[in-house]
Design a protein around this ligand. Structure first.
Ligand SMILES: [Zn+2]
Length: 235
């Protein structure tokens, strides 16, 4: 894997796949309304030489997640394909498959973001996979005292609408925005491109910055640099 450049930013696209937008048990076509904004961000990031990471939810038929959600996005089905508008960029993205609602634990993710401190998280669903990832990334960097900036643009995330099961799109989006924002995630209206947004530079973060890389390197060493992150084992 190529080493990330200093100052490299990452756009993360969560689950913008057919199984959540176009077809299958969990699809809600309304989620497609954020596609244009995500395509715009993707083009900009790629043309700047920044990284675009796209998560795909991909499960085997016996996935334990199906105790919590109806079967969806089974390996080999078209539900696991990116939505059409993003397909032209797929070869330039780093695609990571995940088997839970938290992409942080997907094999390869940690290694892929190594050294990057500036993130924008987009995609679906706001209150599930987006929120889980954003909070866990924030927890991870805080635990290691690694300075970071995680933004979630309201105009590039969305969730499904199913009031029959108590899942009102508007309500759940707002709840997730509030939850993430209070946890320290930078929830913004949208991402202005052209100006590179700099990391926060308050004193504490500046101090931590000096040993952030060493701390992270140590963490990767002690975890064995293992892309599986110990999956399947408790220790
Ligand atoms: Zn899933």
């Amino acid at each position: 894997m190529e080493r990330n450049k200093p100052d490299q930013k990452a756009l993360i696209i969560v689950d913008m796949i057919r199984g959540f937008v176009n077809e299958g048990a969990l699809a809600d076509p309304y989620i497609g309304t954020i596609e244009d904004e995500i395509v715009r961000l993707t083009r900009k990031y790629l043309s700047n030489g920044d990284k675009v990471i796209a998560f795909k939810d991909v499960h085997h038929e016996s996935a334990t997640e199906f105790k919590s959600f109806p079967p969806h996005c089974i390996v080999g089905t078209s539900e696991t394909e990116l939505v059409d508008s993003l397909k032209p960029y797929e070869h330039s993205m780093k695609v990571i498959k995940k088997n839970s609602t938290n992409g942080f634990f997907a094999p390869g993710f940690i290694e892929e973001i190594r050294g990057i401190k500036d993130f924008v998280i987009t995609g679906c669903c706001t209150d599930i996979c987006v929120q889980n990832l954003a909070i866990t990334m924030n927890n991870f960097f805080n635990q290691k005292n690694i300075p970071h900036n995680i933004q979630v643009p309201r105009n590039a995330v969305e969730t499904f609408h199913n009031p029959e099961i108590g899942h009102d799109r508007h309500e759940m989006n707002e709840a997730a925005f509030k939850f993430m924002s209070q946890a320290g995630i930078d929830v913004v209206g949208g991402i202005e491109l052209g100006k590179r947004k700099s990391l926060r530079t308050d004193a504490t973060r500046e101090i931590d910055h000096s040993n952030g890389d060493a701390v992270r390197d140590r963490w990767l060493e002690t975890s064995g640099g293992n892309p599986e992150l110990g999956l399947g084992k408790w220790d």
